[in-house]
Design a protein around this ligand. Structure first.
Ligand SMILES: Cc1cc2nc3c(=O)[nH]c(=O)nc-3n(C[C@H](O)[C@H](O)[C@H](O)COP(=O)(O)O)c2cc1C
Length: 267
């Protein structure tokens, strides 16, 4: 029995959860999520788990592309962890439907609340609250590991009905705008053209032009650029100069850079 885990992440929460869960499951690979059907279908794992952040109450485009690239295998067990900041809404229902359309069953879908990286609404909150979420996540990971080890089939976790209806509508309205939402990023005078933003962006959406980052409108809104900028020079709208940045405390910049780099041999 082998479980492989695939993750995407902006600020390390999903990476940390995937890594911790892999440790509890005691086996398998932990890889950044890339639409790479050959790799996944040929991996030999009999279970696949996908771990990703909830974005605007739904699935990030990267998750959709990844699922669409999976070669269906009815014998394989699939599960997901939707990492969020308190509002998972109907994200896992959306995933369940997407997988069903592709001829795959989502056996179990779990949500885990972590500190928020949605900086336009403020920083991640006080340290004690962040720690409470890390502790809650650690407990939940134990339960997920037990369920996955037993190959349990469970209903997907979701928010209250009003949230699912309203927020799914907002998701549908905003989804197509996401690539161009990078129009609100700007840099202040602290930018020293270090290039971390260009290297950490998983979609290769940032170029340095005249020693300043330029966003190319294929943004995934993961917020890696604004949250990991060593100078805190990247801003979004008017208020972020005052807001604290967030990165998972046990995830290192070099791990984020390695995850964003194209795989060896291209792709
Ligand atoms: C563009 C964007 C949209 C988000 N939308 C939601 C949301 O709808 N519900 C929620 O609970 N958290 C939302 N968040 C917060 C993240 O899901 C949450 O902080 C998550 O733990 C980040 O995981 P990561 O570090 O792996 O990227 C959003 C974050 C971003 C950047």
């Amino acid at each position: 029995m082998r479980t492989d885990l695939y993750y995407c992440t902006g600020t390390g929460n999903s990476l940390w959860i995937a890594r911790t869960l892999a440790g509890r499951l005691g086996a398998g690979r932990v890889s950044p999520m890339r639409p790479a059907a050959g790799e996944v279908s040929g991996s030999g794992a009999d279970a696949i788990g996908i771990v990703f952040p909830v974005h605007i109450w739904g699935l990030p485009q990267r998750v959709i592309a990844f699922v669409e690239s999976l070669v269906p295998n009815p014998a394989r067990y699939h599960f997901a962890v939707a990492v969020n900041a308190g509002q998972v809404a109907a994200t896992l229902v959306q995933l369940e439907r997407l997988m069903a359309k592709r001829g795959m069953a989502l056996a179990a879908g779990f949500e885990i609340a972590m500190p928020s990286n949605y900086i336009p609404w403020g920083g991640p909150g006080p340290r004690e609250k962040q720690q409470a979420r890390f502790d809650g996540a650690t407990r939940k990971i134990e339960r997920i590991a037990a369920a996955v080890s037993a190959r349990e089939e469970l209903p997907v976790e979701k928010g209250p009905r009003w949230q699912n209806v309203l927020f799914s509508l907002l998701y549908r309205l905003s989804f197509r705008q996401v690539p161009r939402m990078d129009g609100s990023f700007w840099v202040d005078e602290k930018c020293n053209a270090c290039g971390v933003c260009t290297a950490i962006c998983p979609s290769g959406n940032i170029a340095l032009a005249a020693e300043r980052p330029r966003w190319l409108h294929r943004c995934e809104q993961c917020f890696a650029c604004i949250q990991w900028c060593p100078q805190e020079a990247i801003q979004l709208g008017k208020k972020t100069p005052q807001y604290e940045r967030y990165r998972h405390p046990e995830v290192m910049l070099r791990e984020m850079l390695a995850a964003a780099a194209p795989p060896e041999g291209g792709g």
